[in-house]
Design a protein around this ligand. Structure first.
Ligand code: NAG
Ligand code: NAG
Ligand code: NAG
Ligand code: NAG
Length: 396
């Protein structure tokens, strides 16, 4: 690897690829062109997952993750909110920065929810607060009712949530067992439009960059460092953590974030089989709210052409009858899992209106820790065993 060049691996391009023998796949790889790496990525490959797991007292909060890329298509965590605390299943989303619950205020349009709708407090967030301002584009910030802050979030799948910010108690446990109950701002959403990837949910846990994120709020109350990370297991599930107590920084490959509202490393070039393709200046973001990788039409086109060329004359044959994803193949013997085929976990982002944004989704972030350090403004990753929660004395 050239000095100063950063590589973001897009691994596990294939869903339900379980037989190791047929895994002669070249890995598509994206490399950030203009980024400058703060550490070499070779250091990470040798680290074992057990070395990764550290227990530095109560500096982190840990949440088990449920879900998988296929067939479920999303990941959720359970968060206890309110007084007395009630559980809610929230979708994990590093691509947005507001946490909201479907809310009985009463609800005008709600989508199906696994739990009874959240009953909001009367504790409204006033309009003239930095946190409210952070949710509105500058200049477009009219406080029509000064005692409340309206919000609207829209997602790439066309879904949205609309309404008002409230303050309520979050019931959280540090990894050492100590309990905290901070008052945090969340959205009381009582007007939702379902997106194309609609499924039952209580709300969304927005972990993206910005003052309004739960992590940033916890930091401003002195409870954790403004760091969030996830470890998604290839067999489903995994864990989410907030704070910096669960990893050894020296075993993590760190790369500076670019100046962007998303978690991004700046411009990238598409590599295929270790070789540059000449497709450059791809703006790539890390988005746990997306199950698959999305490339813009040009990059997607180039990748599929290269991939088909690579596969021609091999035992894999295209399976156009399999509608699971746009590109699926069957092997000589069926693979384990869905219909016995394998499918490409990279899709055409232009199709869903992403324009020039390219997304690294869950399928390529499995079996590694991905860490977003908003204080040092770096993103890091490291191989890890995400099948089990890291163990702590208080848990044993
Ligand atoms: C936090 O710990 C308490 C026991 O100390 C437990 O009852 C509770 O379920 C835990 N909450 C979460 C969200 O893990
Ligand atoms: C979310 O996670 C829980 C487990 O905590 C699981 O039972 C549930 O099916 C998941 N999905 C939804 C839609 O809530
Ligand atoms: C690198 O970034 C600069 C601006 O920061 C841009 O003008 C240039 O085209 C980029 N080059 C590549 C190869 O991405
Ligand atoms: C990607 O989607 C766009 C919009 O639907 C379409 O025009 C384009 O042909 C697609 N690209 C490929 C390579 O399929």
């Amino acid at each position: 690897m050239r000095k100063g060049q950063v590589n973001v691996f897009i691994l596990l391009l294939f869903v339900s690829l379980s037989s190791a023998s047929d895994q002669r796949w070249r890995k598509a790889m994206m490399s950030a062109y203009n980024g400058s790496s703060s550490s070499s990525s070779s250091s990470s490959s040798s680290s074992s997952s057990s070395m990764m797991m550290m227990n530095r007292g109560g500096s982190s909060i840990l949440f088990p993750i449920h879900g998988n890329v296929y067939p479920t298509g999303y990941y959720n965590v359970t968060i206890n909110i309110g007084h007395p605390p009630k559980p809610y299943f929230l979708d994990l989303d590093t691509g947005s920065y507001l946490t909201w619950l479907q809310c009985n205020a009463p609800c005008v349009h709600c989508i199906e929810a696994p739990h009874p709708l959240y009953q909001p407090t009367n504790d409204l967030v006033p309009c003239k607060t930095p946190l409210c301002a952070a949710l509105h584009p500058p200049g477009d910030y009219k406080c029509e009712s000064p005692d409340q802050c309206d919000y609207e979030v829209e997602y790439a799948d066309g879904g949205s949530s609309l309404r008002v910010l409230v303050l309520d108690l979050f019931s959280l446990n540090y990894t050492n067992g100590i309990r905290v109950g901070p008052r945090l701002t969340l959205g009381c959403g009582y007007d939702q439009i379902p997106g194309t990837s609609n499924h039952p949910l209580d709300g969304i846990l927005g972990l993206g960059r910005g003052k309004s994120s739960i992590v940033s709020q916890l930091q401003s109350q002195g409870l954790v460092r403004n760091v969030v990370g996830h470890c998604l297991s290839g067999i489903g599930g995994g864990f989410l953590f907030v704070g910096d107590g669960l990893y050894d920084s020296s075993h993590v490959t760190w790369t500076p974030m670019s100046q962007d509202k998303y978690y991004s490393l700046g411009n990238a070039e598409l590599h295929f089989g270790g070789k540059a393709t000449g497709i450059r200046n791809l703006v790539v973001i890390f988005d746990s709210g997306s199950s698959y990788v999305r490339l813009n039409s040009q990059a997607y086109q180039a990748l599929t052409v290269l991939l088909k060329k690579e596969l021609s004359g091999r035992s894999l044959k295209e399976a156009p009858e399999d509608q699971t994803l746009p590109l699926c193949w069957k092997g000589r013997k069926p693979f384990r899992g869905n219909k016995g085929n394998v499918c490409l976990g990279i899709l055409n982002g232009t199709q869903i209106g992403l324009q020039n944004l390219n997304v690294i989704g869950d399928v390529s972030m499995q079996d590694r820790m991905v860490i977003y350090d908003n204080e040092k403004q770096v993103i890091g990753w490291s191989p890890a065993n995400c099948d089990h929660l890291p163990r702590f004395k208080s848990y044993m």
